[in-house]
Design a protein around this ligand. Sequence first.
Ligand SMILES: [Zn+2]
Length: 62
Amino acid sequence: MARAVITIDDACDPCWTKSKTATESIMDIELDGKTWFFCAEHEKALARELVKMLGDPGEDKS
Ligand SMILES: [Zn+2]
């Protein structure tokens, strides 16, 4: 059976930090010269944290 090989470089960083599990990432984010990778689950968690921190984006700023 073919098995997807995930390199550690683009595996989800929170998953790796938490449980040393290489989970396929679906997005990456670059801030301050560092790049993080996120799986679907952590992408949602990140979005929740950002909304908590930044508030909802303004739909109409005019
Ligand atoms: Zn993850």
